[in-house]
Design a protein around this ligand. Structure first.
Ligand code: UDP
Length: 236
């Protein structure tokens, strides 16, 4: 499959049309942004790692009954995915307190929850992705009631599968962000990516951060953390 015109360029990916109107090609970049776009940089090798890891996890999820946009990996950085209309919600699942949750509620990082939590942000750069609840999403017409229910149950299912998988690699899945899309025939599928950009991964023994927090927080060792996650997933 070949790229035709570029449809979109985001912070971490470009999206291209193909000859097939049902498919697009995503191309992962090494560019990184954080803190609502205020912080910009490059994480060498990130594009290829995120592409390969995300595809691997999407395939694992498909086998576990979660429909995804994944079609075919073309090369290190490029993947064919189903063309979807993105539901403008960032769906965040948390197993352990960290980041904005710890800040918002004034608690330390590292509290293991008895049950995972879910929250939604309205994907809107001008408004800085405000936190909303499912009633707000419905009122704003971002998704139907049925779609929101589907998204919630798919997100918790993703958490079960990924938490279990990462535990076998000696990694705690602290929290992560998902995005969902609507296919042309109105089906909800998991879209976007699942990678160290969008998940918090902590080493199970040492709690060392193996994700984008090293970039957000200027901790150094960013590339090494991404490579370590690549190593745990692919053994290379
Ligand atoms: N996240 C993301 N994109 C965003 C915001 C959050 O991928 O625009 C991910 C982030 O990597 C983390 C989880 O969602 O795994 C929860 O992030 P949080 O709300 O704590 O926000 P942060 O502290 O990153 O601002």
């Amino acid at each position: 499959m070949n790229k035709t015109e570029q449809l979109y360029e985001g912070k971490a990916k470009k999206v291209f049309a193909t000859e097939n109107p049902e498919y697009v090609i995503v191309s992962y970049k090494d560019d990184a942004t954080a803190l609502d776009g205020l912080k910009r940089g490059t994480i060498l090798g990130k594009g290829a790692i995120n592409n390969r890891m995300s595809n691997y996890l999407m395939k694992l999820l498909e086998r576990s009954g979660v429909p995804t946009h994944f079609v075919e990996e073309l090369n290190d950085r490029e993947t064919v995915v189903r063309k979807v209309q993105i539901v403008p919600l960032e769906v965040i699942i948390r197993n352990i307190s960290a980041g904005s949750f710890a800040k918002r509620y004034g608690v330390e990082e590292g509290i293991v929850f008895a049950e995972p939590t879910i929250e939604f942000s309205y994907k809107n750069d001008d408004l800085h992705d405000p936190l909303i609840n499912s009633y707000h999403a419905l009122a704003l017409g971002l998704a139907t009631k049925e779609e929101i229910e589907t998204i919630k149950s798919m997100a918790f299912r993703v958490n079960e599968v990924l938490k279990e998988y990462f535990s076998t690699l000696g990694v705690k899945l602290v929290d992560f962000k998902l995005e969902f899309g609507r296919t042309a025939d109105g089906k909800i599928v998991l879209a976007d990516e699942i990678s160290p950009d969008t998940c918090r991964f902590w080493d199970a023994k040492t709690n060392e951060k193996l994700d984008k927090d090293r970039f957000r927080r200027d901790m150094g060792g960013v590339e090494d953390a991404y490579r370590e996650m690549m190593h745990r997933v692919f053994g290379e």
